[in-house]
Design a protein around this ligand. Sequence first.
Ligand SMILES: *Cc1c(COP(=O)(O)O)cnc(C)c1O
Length: 296
Amino acid sequence: MDGKHVDWDKAQIHLLTHAFHYGTAVFEGIRCYKTDRGPAVFRLQDHMRRLHNSAHIMGMEVPYSQEVLEQAVVDTIRLNEVDECYIRPIVYLGYGKLGLNPVGCDINVGIAVFRWGSYLGEDGVKNGVRTKVSSFSRGNVNAILDSAKTSGNYVNSVLAKREAVLDGYDEAIMLSQEGFIAEATGENLFIARGKKISTAPGALVLEGYTRDTVMTMARDEGYQVREEIFTRDQLYVADEAWLTGTAAEVTPIREVDRRAIGTGKPGPMTQKFQKMYQEVVRGKSEKYSRWLTYLS
Ligand SMILES: *Cc1c(COP(=O)(O)O)cnc(C)c1O
């Protein structure tokens, strides 16, 4: 926290921290994987650039450079002696001023590392998740500024996630203001029809690095990948659909609104990208080794 290593139990902030009241924080989710050459962080530079970009969108000046924060992530993992972990860097408006005007507020930075298994469950990864289109839609593009990973934006996702889980589903699918498929609560969404793969355009969603990873791999494999608007009924009749995110990795969607997607089981493309993703993040793919930062 702010340049110092702090024990887990002492990693506390004040009740009147600005970000706690108004959601004025930006964060990242990154994963470190065990490989044959020791632990490696996946797409560390990209995530740290996005953290700075999110802060820039929010008008917050991060008190540390991208490189310093990258090194801090590496140091924190080493210190904790873990070989696999989830990494949560957060930049937040701190304690001292409680008015809405953020000018002059302290800007604090913390990085937590901890173990986090499959986000949508082992069964979800293996057999696919059951989803519903949320009754909550994504916000107006000019109100929410969705391409920043800002804490306050996640109230929308929490509302949708809670509704979906209480209704017996694993995940919610969010529509844009216009009613097109955007993404899930914290994951991007893909559909495949024949050899064509579609995902919502960057302007409608947070442009995830897992999304980018799958798009890159799919194009390299000769698939036609398009960022395009598509509808709820086009999702219903897709051959395959899957979610991507650092936490969820590549997770098949087996059902939307009580309609099976394809055969109702993870399809061959989904399984192919799941397998490729695992090989890439675990350092088993020479072709994409540029995305890994090894600790040693
Ligand atoms: C973080 C996030 C994603 C996934 O981004 P990754 O870089 O792949 O982890 C997708 N959608 C939302 C809303 C997110 O917050």
